[in-house]
Design a protein around this ligand. Sequence first.
Ligand code: XMP
Length: 335
Amino acid sequence: MNQAEKERAAKVGKKLNVKAYIKAEIEAIRAQVGDKKVLLAMSGGVDSSVCAVLLHKAIGKNLTCVFVDHGCMRLNEAKEVKKVFKGKFGINLIQIDAEKRFLDKAKGITDPELKRKCIGGEFIQVFADVARDLKKKLGDIEFLGQGTIYPDIIESGVGGNKAVKAHHNVGGLPKDILFKGLVEPVKYLYKDEVRKVGKALGIPDEMVMRQPFPGPGLAVRCIGELTKEKLDILRQADFIFRDEMKKAGLDKKAQQFFAINTNVKSVGVKNGARTFGYVIALRAVATSQFVKAGIVELPFKFMVAVAEKIATKVKGVNRVVWDITPKPPATIEWE
Ligand code: XMP
């Protein structure tokens, strides 16, 4: 057993007892944080959502969550996060629209790792700016909350494993806003366990069962240079695909399904005229722990209908292809 495995065994035991875990984590957060304040970067994904609700239950108004919209979010994402976490749970949530700032920074960058690093680096700058402002308004904020989960620890290279891609988190904050401690209440849980905890905490199903969405968001699904036009096209195509999967009841079959803007343009014909538009790729994978992934067999008629709908409805797209490559050799995300 390596160190991470030992720590997981101590927190979770052989099989997760959800109720006991929630109770123990709330106590652990209170013991760690006391009456001090915590700042949490919330992405709207399952991990940081569960982390937010656990923290909120433990320390209430001493938690402030920040949702940074880096312009690579899915359609309506920011609105949904606000509705649930501010509306239903009453969590202190600040939303920052930083689309322009991110796209300006990423201008001209096409290399996948550089893009990831650019988005990650800018995220840290934006988050640091917000943290500085908040510290002026609220007084010191001693702790930083993070929705790190167990596979993040493994994939980031801890415990002897080699990192595959640069992962996006708020590590490496500037010295002037360093926090005294990190609070990571779901650090030793696998994804399915985080979902169970989220469900028990009363987070709505559509959020708890939501597929994982990478920190850099659509940036890793929008090949080549990031532009608002390409991202808007991708957002619309991705929304149609996810909506159709749900309507057909196929969403339960895949752990992740999404669209990619391939950055390739091809010729098509719309309303009798020649068009030159992007090729969108669609991918639906089945996986238990995201380390390996298989391809979900979708009904052929469904595949054709979705392709046609996207190519017809989304301006700027005239061709859709399906990615049926398992992981390995491909990764789940394209970049
Ligand atoms: P890959 O593409 O490496 O993805 O097969 C494995 C899982 O990790 C997610 N992923 C990320 N999650 N930050 C995250 O929080 C990231 O930078 C990131 N990159 C990939 C991916 O969606 C899949 O579930």
